[in-house]
Design a protein around this ligand. Structure first.
Ligand code: GLC
Ligand code: CA
Length: 560
């Protein structure tokens, strides 16, 4: 297997609005991130992925970009960003920016020009179509609910396409000039010394536009848009071109938000010749939502299903190339709430999840606050939520007959705002995130118990555990095996136990976790006699290998 710097990296994802506010306006900013670089260095990560900080009306929190070349004043100045790149660089930390090129904001000057004059060349930068039967060209549902088409002006019959919110018009990638503009922009940023990009919603760029009324798949009369715009034939040419013209020239690290079918994976992440360095898989992270994407309806998954999802992804990914692993990001609730029943949320179960995650094959992405064991936030009413998708899901829940209370329960379980609440730094006002009276999103009331300062002083904390996990992976004695070793399912995987090995030449590491609140007995090969890590203070390992795992116990063993 080819060695690469980004295979050996541990990435930390920052949600800039909620990381650290430096000027007291209740919103996180770039200066705030600079001020916290020491924390990140101590944690041991060496790549930061920054969610979008470009100019934006913030309809979808920065995923609606109105100017690709400048920082939004909310986050600071262009110089602040240069300084962040430089200061991070001094600590051996590289930066990934978020690349949102499926759509722009409707306030981007291209779109404004396209609206103003239908003969302008910018009209063809987007997707405009004539409506049919007094309505939009078809009944596609946007990912955020409602029609994916928005009418232009009042007296026309013309619509533009928006796969996400109506303030996020889709770009027309068929137009070569659009692609050239995007490549120019990507290179501009890479020349500034970025490590690379996380690439947003990229499977949507190729569209198969069809007019008509299709069989609805929901109470709202709409149909899932992905059938026509996800991973359509021909998309590979553009992804290849994007790579050849930009990323490849800079030896960049690229991670695409792309749930690619197994058989296509080699094209996307093939060692040395994929479109991207790695992609995120969705199977384990969407395990709790029904296929229709209505996440207010809970799907009751089982641990064996989760194990299958993880193992299958590991096995196909290592065959195809390289993967990106994550248990949390800004589009998901906190992992502890997703995977562990409320009554069993504890430091032990948090450490168990950390163990299961950090030894998988692929570059790990830790999301801000995950390393502290931050949890979902209970909100009093739907008004407390900021996220556009949450409001949509809430309304759909009501439409399909949920009571307000039941709908709100769904939001507590699944809203994206659960992970977007401000970072909990210490026990002072607003968890040390901001000096403002009100923050843009509520601070989780549990900040007095769960915060970085408290955990830094406690060697049994979740933070201390993550520090150890990261350090093992980046510079521990088993580093080579943890990074480059083969992923192999282990026979101890039974019932609610998840067990796998990592193997490199003669070195073998066994990871075994009890994903349950009951005792579990498992057979462990006597080869594994060294305890590398565990989440209970005392571990008794009897030779011969019959081991009783306590509730949510995790063990990492080596054969030396
Ligand atoms: C991606 C982002 C998400 C955003 C969407 C539209 O899924 O992760 O936060 O809402 O794209 O840009
Ligand atoms: Ca601020």
């Amino acid at each position: 297997m080819k060695k690469k710097w980004w295979k050996e990296a541990v990435v930390y994802q920052i949600y800039p609005k909620s990381f650290q506010d430096s000027n007291g306006d209740g919103i996180g900013d770039i200066r705030g991130i600079i001020n916290r670089l020491d924390y990140l260095e101590n944690l041991g990560v060496n790549v930061l992925w920054l969610c979008p900080v470009f100019k934006s009306p913030m309809d979808d929190n920065g995923y609606d970009i109105s100017d690709y070349y400048h920082v939004d004043p909310m986050f600071g100045t262009d110089e602040d960003l240069d300084e962040l790149i430089e200061e991070a660089g001094k600590r051996g930390i590289k930066l990934l920016m978020d690349l949102v090129i499926n759509h722009t904001s409707d306030e981007h000057e291209w779109f404004q020009a396209a609206l103003k004059d239908k003969h302008s060349k910018y009209r063809d930068y987007y997707v405009f179509r004539e409506g049919i039967e007094d309505g939009p060209p078809n009944n596609w549902r946007s990912y955020f609910g409602g029609s994916a088409w928005e009418k232009v002006g009042d007296d026309s019959n013309t619509y533009y396409l928006h796969a996400f919110s109506k303030k996020q018009p889709d770009l027309n990638w068929e137009n070569e000039e659009v692609r050239e503009e995007l490549y120019k922009m990507v290179n501009y940023w890479l020349e500034k010394g970025l490590g690379g990009f996380r690439i947003d919603a990229i499977l949507n760029i190729k569209k198969k536009i069809e007019s008509g009324r299709f069989e609805p798949d929901g109470e709202d009369g709409y149909v899932f848009i992905g059938n026509w715009i996800l991973n359509q034939p021909g998309i590979g040419e553009w992804l290849n071109e994007l790579n050849e013209r930009t990323f490849k020239l800079h030896n960049s690290m690229t991670v695409a938000e792309a749930n690619v079918p197994d058989y296509l994976l080699p094209k996307y992440i093939g060692d040395g010749n994929g479109y991207f360095s790695m992609v995120f898989d969705f199977a384990h992270s969407d395990i709790d939502v029904p296929e229709t994407g209505e996440w207010y309806k809970q799907y009751n998954w089982t641990v064996p299903e989760l194990r299958d999802a993880l193992f299958n992804c590991q096995l196909v990914t290592q065959k195809a190339g390289w993967g990106a692993t994550y248990f949390e990001n800004h589009d998901h609730p906190r992992s502890i709430n997703k995977y562990i029943p409320e009554d069993y949320i504890s430091k032990t179960s948090k450490k168990m999840l950390g163990t299961l995650f950090m030894f998988l094959q692929g570059t790990p992405f830790v999301y801000q606050g995950q390393e502290l064991g931050m949890t979902n936030i209970p909100m009093d009413s739907i008004e407390d939520y900021d996220d556009i998708a949450t409001h949509d899901q809430y309304n759909r829940a009501l439409l399909s007959g949920f009571s307000e209370e039941k709908a709100l329960e769904g939001m507590f379980r699944r809203s994206r705002d659960n992970s977007r609440t401000p970072m909990q730094w210490d026990a002072s006002k607003n968890g040390g995130f901001s000096k403002a009276d009100t923050t843009w999103l509520k601070v989780n009331p549990n900040y007095k118990e769960i915060n970085a300062a408290e955990e830094e002083d406690n060697d049994q904390s979740v933070l201390a555990f993550y520090q150890e996990l990261i350090s093992m992976r980046r510079k521990g004695k088993y580093k080579e095996t943890i990074v480059y070793g083969e992923f192999v399912p282990d026979n101890a995987s039974e019932g609610n136990v998840i067990a796998y090995q990592r193997q490199l030449d003669d070195e073998k590491i066994l990871i075994v976790v009890n994903f349950d609140n009951q005792l579990a007995e498992v057979n462990v090969s006597p080869l594994f006699s060294e305890v590398v890590m565990n989440n209970y203070e005392d571990v008794k390992l009897e030779k011969g290998g019959r081991v009783t795992l306590r509730p949510y116990e995790s063990l990492v063993l080596a054969n030396f």
